[in-house]
Design a binder for this molecule. Structure first.
Ligand code: RP5
Length: 160
């Protein structure tokens, strides 16, 4: 039985290198996660099944990443009321460096939100931080680790 608090899902194995930034960020903060490759378009039934089971398994936040016609985060949000963070990715045939995925992810209809972060690796890392910030609302130790990470980021900038 997994103790994952964050569920990471991405549309293709080709997204893994970029989404490693989310996994590394959560690991650095000591947050347990699980990762799946599922596609809104190519494995719609499996994606739906995974989304519907998350809450019952104790997952608290979802990170969903896809490129191109990036509907995965929206499909996740359609099937759960857990907070969903969308990471738009620049697919090999991306339009405008991932503008296609950004608009597909962010332009959700009223009532079914996706909290959308920046395109690509920076967005993946920020998705990990944002997921941890949500969890830290009920975990003061995690809040302290987040503040330490923020201080380390500041120190790096100031020393460069
Ligand atoms: C999207 O299409 C995936 O999330 C990926 O970013 C992009 C390309 O997928 P592959 O053709 O590499 O499987 O669905």
């Amino acid at each position: 039985m997994s103790n994952a608090l964050v569920g990471i899902v991405m549309g293709s194995a080709s997204d893994r290198p970029t989404m490693a930034a989310a996994e590394e960020t959560l690991s650095a903060l000591g947050v347990e996660f699980e990762t799946r490759v599922l596609s809104a378009h190519r494995t719609p039934d499996a994606a739906t099944e995974w989304a519907r089971a998350l809450e019952g398994r104790g997952v608290k936040v979802v990170i969903a990443a896809a490129g191109g016609a990036a509907h995965l985060a929206g499909v996740m949000a359609a099937h759960t009321t857990l907070p969903v963070i969308g990471v738009p990715l620049a697919a090999p045939n991306a339009i405008g460096g991932g503008l296609d995925a950004l608009l597909s992810t962010v332009q959700m209809p009223r009532g079914v939100p996706v909290a959308t972060v920046a395109v690509g690796e920076a967005g993946a890392a920020n998705a990990g931080i944002l997921a941890a910030e949500i969890l830290a609302l009920s975990d003061p130790d995690l809040g302290r680790r987040l503040r330490s990470m923020r201080e380390a980021t500041a120190a790096k900038i100031l020393s460069s």
